[in-house]
Design a protein around this ligand. Structure first.
Ligand code: NAD
Length: 317
């Protein structure tokens, strides 16, 4: 059976994509490196349909060897240095991995006749939103290196479509959350604190409206895009299509966990003391709905409830 290559397969989203592909019977090769190489090795021990490929995407020869061995029919490209703060901590590494690494994957696709890439892009390509709800035609003005790298990979995909006929589809998602999220960020830190009986005061951001996508919706949209035979567009929003404020999210958490002491200070949300977040909002998902039936199933309450249940189960185990 022909395989699907998932890069970043040991990560939060890549791992969930792998599990969903295996559940429906696809053969998968998962690529990762560093600490998450051990994660994909463990996955290969417990899943007969899964092959682990330890490789750094910034190593062109290593990437080519994975394609030569496994001959994937499609790539779901999740490997990246992720997030605004990580990108600012090490910009040169960010571009080596996110941009040069993506070029290495695209080159290998062209050489080994692998026609389709689903690239996990980000709303960070837009920079500040000019309206409370935006569609895929919104002006792109990324503010940080992370968003610049994601926009660059989108354009590289277009370039490889022109030069090599590759079909590169970009999933522009928002803040994905759910069990296992690897970074300390809202709303997961609120759920963790509430479940563990800790007081949490997020210093600022009460009125900041952000689209939060539950993990299962992000995975469902990604696979629907993979399965869609013909695409009229090369970029789709896969998100929740709503943007609750952090104050509203904190209220939902307090409602789910009576007695929880979760509060948010006023003003814009800050990535750090120095870096304020630009205005964001909801990602209009009508294009993905019309193209391949994407419909988010988790509003913020349902997603937080599912995250809470998973966290409580983990605490109990
Ligand atoms: N989680 C979100 O909120 C979110 C939002 C928008 C877009 N995205 C995108 O989704 C994708 C997955 O993000 P995530 O949240 O699962 O992050 P993650 O950090 O959990 O996963 C990234 C994976 O990439 C791997 N990786 C990093 N550098 C690599 C390299 N040089 N070679 C091979 N593998 C490498 C990491 O080991 C990790 O397993 C990323 O492309 C990210 O930009 C995520």
């Amino acid at each position: 059976m022909s395989k699907i290559l998932v890069t970043g397969a040991g990560g939060f989203l890549g791992g969930a994509v792998v599990r969903a592909l295996l559940d429906r019977g696809d053969a998968v090769v998962g690529l990762d490196c560093g600490p998450n190489a051990a994660v994909i090795k463990a996955m290969s021990m417990s899943n007969s349909g899964f092959d682990a490929a330890e490789a750094d995407i910034s190593d062109a020869e290593a990437v080519d060897a994975v394609f030569a061995k496994h001959r994937p029919r499609a790539v779901i490209h999740c490997a990246a240095v992720v997030g605004v703060l990580n990108s600012l901590a090490s910009p040169a590494r960010l571009f080596r991995v996110n941009v040069e690494g993506s070029v290495n994957v695209l080159e290998a696709m062209a050489r080994h006749a692998c026609p389709r890439m689903i690239h996990i892009s980000s709303e960070e390509i837009y920079g500040a939103f000019l309206a409370p709800r935006i569609d895929e035609t919104h002006h792109q003005a990324p503010l940080y290196a992370y968003g610049v790298s994601k926009a660059t990979v989108e354009h590289l995909g277009r370039s490889y479509r022109t030069t090599h006929g590759l079909d590169c589809i970009n999933i522009r998602t928002s803040w994905v959350y759910g069990p296992g999220f690897p970074r300390d960020r809202v709303p997961l830190n609120m759920i963790r604190a509430a479940a563990e009986g800790r007081v949490l005061h997020v210093p600022s951001g009460a009125d900041e409206r952000i689209d939060h996508t539950y993990l299962d919706d992000a995975v469902a949209g990604t696979l629907a895009a993979l399965d869609c035979a013909e695409h009229a567009f090369d970029a789709y929003h896969i998100a929740s299509d709503s943007a609750p404020s952090l104050a509203e999210i904190a209220a939902v958490v307090r409602d789910l966990v009576p007695g929880a002491e979760i509060t948010v200070g006023s003003g814009p949300y800050r990535h750090s003391d120095e870096i304020a977040m630009p205005t964001k909002g909801a990602l209009d998902c009508s294009r993905a709905h019309a193209a391949f039936g994407y419909q988010p199933k988790f509003n913020i309450r349902a997603g937080l409830a599912a995250t809470l249940e998973a966290h409580r189960a983990q605490l109990a185990s």
